[in-house]
Design a binder for this molecule. Structure first.
Ligand code: SF4
Ligand code: SF4
Length: 389
């Protein structure tokens, strides 16, 4: 699915009734995660060139079954999780989605569906609403239909999203519009904001592409110019003022023009737990790109044990693991050394300082990448064919 923001991961407004039970907080050895991102499947009809799903996608036969997901949701609620994000791939391809929503609601979780929406019609939306779904996020690839369909690699997808958004609002569900932005759609950011307003969204997340996995293979076609970034930031500032009280806009800036990294996921294993379609538990949705990890499986380990005690979740927690410029840096507990997946993708060592930081000895790699970003050609996923890079 559209990569969640890695700056303010999976931020949503919660009803006041969704306050964690103090007893649950006290029971854990580390603060519990706020959110669980359940990647129900890697299957998806779209082929976005920045997709955050792994290069090797999980097969349908390897996906967790209904009963296991429902047990995971109950364990999440017991652990103190408040928000459940049902994502993918395209989560609506799971036929048991209404059952999963109903089970999560019964466990007391606030349920958010993150979808491309091309498979949603009014009947399916109403069934999900009746099952207890609380909120929907739809990803839009562009405001221009032809460009949106080209970017998503799916003819007619944009029109289907518009129909689905209307059905979601008609069902009384709150809607967030997700826009992943890059060099080939940034010029239409004002139109994307207009689209969010026209569709009745109350929140919009504008997130620049994060460059790992498939997005790294398409980096030369996606990286924005400095002028585009400055124009986008001005557009966001202006829209936030004009639309105050009507549309909340979250904005995730790109790393490649930055001097300091983002606090990726708010810090490793600090607020969100991810469960991949196969049952592997991850500290972030891109962590499967990291080598030399034994990510625990929810089939054989409880969420509480994974969150509190697994080596994978504790390896980069806090600041004790830091070396190089991060060790002793006054920003260490602000940005947590940046993104481990980006450090690995660009330096082949996940323990390095994120090269987005100007203090990193690898920071020049980003300027070099910007100089090479001149093509408009996308490499799309093809079954059994890895990206060239
Ligand atoms: S192809 Fe696009 S819509 Fe599908 S999972 Fe990837 S980013 Fe999401
Ligand atoms: S050296 Fe590390 S902690 Fe300091 S600003 Fe850079 S990434 Fe952040």
């Amino acid at each position: 699915m559209t990569p969640p923001s890695t700056q303010d991961p999976l931020a949503l407004s919660l009803p006041e009734s969704a306050t964690p039970a103090p007893a649950l907080r006290a029971a854990a050895s580390v603060p519990p995660p706020l959110g669980l991102l359940a990647e129900l499947t890697h299957r998806c009809p779209l082929r976005c060139p920045y997709c955050s799903n792994p290069i090797e996608l999980a097969r349908q036969a390897a996906e967790l079954d209904t009963a296991t997901w429902l047990r995971v949701f109950r364990e999440a609620a017991d652990l103190g999780v408040l928000q459940l994000h049902l994502s993918g791939g395209e989560p609506t391809l799971r036929r048991d989605l209404p059952d999963l929503v109903r089970g999560a609601a019964e466990a007391g979780l606030y349920t958010n569906l993150i979808t491309s929406a091309v498979t949603l019609d009014a009947a399916r939306v109403n069934a999900l609403a009746e099952a207890g779904l609380d909120h929907v996020q739809i990803s839009f690839q562009d405001a221009d239909p032809a460009s949106a369909d080209r970017i998503g690699g799916y003819a007619g997808g944009h029109a289907k999203k518009l129909t689905a958004a209307a059905a979601i609002r008609a069902a009384g569900l709150p809607l967030t519009l997700n826009a992943v932005v890059h060099r080939q759609n940034l010029e239409r950011l004002p139109e994307m904001i207009d689209l969010a307003v026209a569709l009745g969204a109350r929140r919009m997340e504008v997130a620049h592409v994060q460059y790992y996995g498939w997005a790294l293979a398409n980096r030369d076609a996606l990286l924005p110019t400095r002028a585009q970034l400055d124009a986008a930031t001005a557009t966001i500032d202006s829209a936030r003022t004009c639309l105050k009280g009507r549309l909340t806009i979250d904005y995730v800036v790109p790393d490649y023009h930055a001097a300091r990294p983002k606090a990726c996921m708010g810090g490793w294993a600090s607020s969100v737990m991810v469960v991949a379609p196969t049952g592997r538990a991850l500290p972030c949705h891109a962590a499967e790109s990291l080598p030399n990890f034994d990510f625990p499986d929810v089939r054989t380990h409880s969420l509480a044990a994974i969150w509190n005690h697994s080596e994978a979740f504790n390896r980069y927690r806090g600041t004790a693991w830091m070396t190089g410029p991060c060790a002793g840096c006054p920003n260490a507990e602000i940005d947590w050394g940046g993104c481990r997946c980006q450090a690995h993708a660009l330096t082949a060592n996940a323990s390095n300082t994120d090269p987005a930081c100007a203090l990193s000895p690898h920071h020049a790699l980003l300027a070099t990448a910007l100089e090479h970003a001149t093509t408009t050609h996308f490499t799309y996923r093809e079954p059994g064919r890895p990206p060239a890079r």
